[in-house]
Design a protein around this ligand. Structure first.
Ligand code: CP
Length: 342
């Protein structure tokens, strides 16, 4: 993808960070910083964004609602569990089952009412080969007549990546040559690797070196890793995966902790639980933090205290997790402003 474009190039959909060229990322982050300092106040009066949640959310929903409110617009929230029905994503189906409506028709209808549709799609959770296709959100992007924003699919969480980029820049200044460690952490409720894929690509694109620490069986998506290797080569960055936690933390400026499913056992809860229980102690504590260079701690939340990261680290001065959460508001205000006024 060509990243040398300009802001004049309209953004059709925001599925992953790579849907923004370099100039657009700079513009989003610059405006987010100005909004945060209160020196810019874009007006989205009369604009509406539809928020469709097929999975729960605390930060994404609240920050997007508040973002639109502060910009003078508003949101319509639809929760798949209570407000509407299952939607068919596949084309050319005989719809004689329980699913009463196709995304094609729902997307066309909603496009008449709102300026953008933001979606946190469902994960079927049976096969990574299926979920990694992001079929549901791709179907919305195909059929919507207004921009679609990904609020975390199986593969990507681009809104989190924007907030994380702003947080990294605020904390480290120039990112080129700095080292990010992505640390798998233990949890009985792991997530999809969407957040990790997104910060991996964002960091490499910014010229950071990246080490990924994880037990065997927790390799990230093969296609995303191939993209990451290409990005690392292009930016003269280093990328290593499959390291131990202490080894990966050595010399690191930032540790990004996150628990994700083992993709080999994806959709097999008992095998996954067994694999997880054998993984040992993968918790970020003071000893791991001290292996780095004045290391900061990042995590997109929700976080399991003292299982993923200790209280001492989370409540200490090196934790950036609340900065990340706060920056969701500023970067989303900026993105919405640029997207809805284009
Ligand atoms: N980080 C994040 O997306 O949080 P929620 O799942 O609470 O929205």
């Amino acid at each position: 993808m060509d990243h040398a474009g300009t802001t004049a190039q309209a953004l059709r959909h925001f599925h992953r960070l790579d849907d923004l060229n370099d100039r657009q990322i700079e513009d989003v982050l610059d405006l987010a910083s100005r909004l945060k300092r209160g020196v810019s106040r874009p007006d989205l009066a009369g604009q509406t964004v539809g928020l469709l949640f097929f999975r729960p959310s605390l930060r994404t929903r609240t920050s997007l609602e508040v973002a639109m409110h502060q910009l003078g617009g508003h949101t319509v929230n639809l929760n798949a569990a209570s407000d509407f029905w299952e939607l068919e994503a596949r084309d050319n189906r005989l719809m004689d089952g329980v699913v009463p409506e196709h995304i094609k028709d729902a997307a066309a209808a909603l496009s008449c009412y709102v300026g953008s549709i933001a979606i946190r799609p469902a994960l079927l959770g049976k096969s990574w080969a299926v979920d990694r296709k992001d079929e549901q959100i791709c179907s919305w992007m195909q059929h919507s007549r207004v921009p679609v924003i990904n609020m975390e699919s199986a593969l990507w969480h681009p809104l989190q990546a924007l907030a994380d980029l702003l947080t990294l820049r605020e904390s480290l200044g120039e990112l080129k040559g700095k080292k990010l460690t992505i640390a798998w952490t233990q949890s009985p409720t792991p997530s999809s690797p969407a957040v990790v894929h997104s910060i991996l690509m964002a960091a490499l694109r910014s010229g950071m070196d990246v080490d990924i620490a994880h037990p065997m069986g927790y390799e990230l998506d093969g296609d995303v890793m191939a993209q990451a290797e290409t990005m690392a080569e292009k930016n003269n960055s280093t990328l290593e995966s499959g390291l131990g936690l202490e080894e990966a933390a050595s010399g690191s400026h930032v540790i990004y902790a996150r628990s994700w499913w083992g993709l080999e056992n994806y959709g097999q809860p008992s095998l996954s639980a067994h694999q997880n229980s054998r993984a040992g102690n993968w918790c970020v504590d003071d000893r791991i933090m001290d292996a780095g260079e004045d290391t900061r701690l990042m995590h997109s939340m929700p976080i399991r205290r003292n299982l993923e990261v200790t209280d001492r680290v989370l409540d200490g001065p090196r934790s950036l997790i609340i900065n990340q959460a706060a920056n969701r508001l500023h970067t989303q205000k900026s993105l919405l402003s640029l997207l809805l006024r284009q």
